[in-house]
Write a protein that binds this ligand. Structure first.
Ligand code: ADE
Length: 253
């Protein structure tokens, strides 16, 4: 069975398509699903587009039309934990939807009718992705990113950590919203716009999944300016290097 690879950034997916031995490209619902071999594995690769609906649509299509055995989602995120720096990597331990609020019918953040407020990622896949990310940062990054880019983004001894990720249909770009998010969900590592939607779909279909995010900004007033440059110059290099290590190592079971 194939592994589903979904990127939240078009740039990351384009870089992966270029590495693939292609089999077919199937358009559906304003996306293209690319099947083929990538670093020793049968994969199907897609750009999710942005936001929870887009990500859920992509994950559902991958599961129902391509019969994937596992799903790995990559992208960037804003730091919520103040110890995280631009260029660090967060591998999701669990995913929450920060904008889910059906009170008074259900507790805040609880997904109605599922009885869950967080989705756990698959322990084996997450460990494989974390190991792959750590190897990428230690062994590959210095050769893959020019010193002036590393210095320009203040990337110095970046870390890969496991952490809780929140998703919602909102780009965080201000101290006040960030502080509110920290106080609502104190155990969060980072925030993005897709992972928890993918997590809910994978949970509902029983598909093991992992989410990996590179910190692109501090979700503060500088976030909107930092984000596009980071996506253009850095994000694809990270996801390419991390996925290469993951796919080379994964075994079938
Ligand atoms: N993805 C990357 N940075 C983000 C931010 N600041 N808010 C939401 N999603 C993001």
């Amino acid at each position: 069975m194939r592994i589903g690879i979904v990127g939240a950034m078009r740039e990351e997916v384009d870089g992966l398509i270029a590495e693939m031995t292609p089999a077919a490209a199937s358009p559906a619902g304003m996306r293209t699903y690319h099947t083929g071999r990538l670093w020793g594995q049968e994969v199907v690769l897609a750009f999710s587009r942005w936001g929870k609906v887009a990500a859920a649509t992509t994950a559902t299509h991958l599961i129902t039309r391509f019969d994937i055995s596992r799903l790995v989602f990559t992208g960037v995120a804003g730091a919520v934990d103040p110890s995280l720096r631009v260029g660090d990597v967060v591998v999701g331990s669990r995913l929450r939807q920060h904008d889910m609020d059906s009170r008074p019918l259900f507790a805040r953040h609880e997904i109605p009718l599922l009885g869950l407020a967080a989705f756990e990622t698959d322990a084996r896949l997450r460990r494989a992705v974390l190991a792959a990310a750590r190897r990428f940062l230690a062994d590959d990054l210095p050769a893959r990113l020019a010193p002036n880019l590393l210095a320009g983004f203040h990337i110095n001894a970046p870390r890969a950590v496991e952490g809780e990720i929140a998703s919602g249909d909102r780009f965080f770009a201000g101290r006040a919203e960030l502080e509110q998010l920290r106080s609502d969900l104190p155990s969060l590592s980072c925030v993005e716009m897709e992972g928890a939607a993918v997590a809910q779909v994978c949970h509902e279909y029983g598909v093991p999944f992992a989410i990996v995010r590179t910190i692109s900004d501090a979700a503060d007033e500088q976030a909107a300016a930092a984000f596009p440059r980071f996506v253009r110059d850095v994000a694809s290099i990270y996801s390419h290097g991390i996925l290469r290590n993951v796919l080379r190592d994964l075994t079938d079971d």
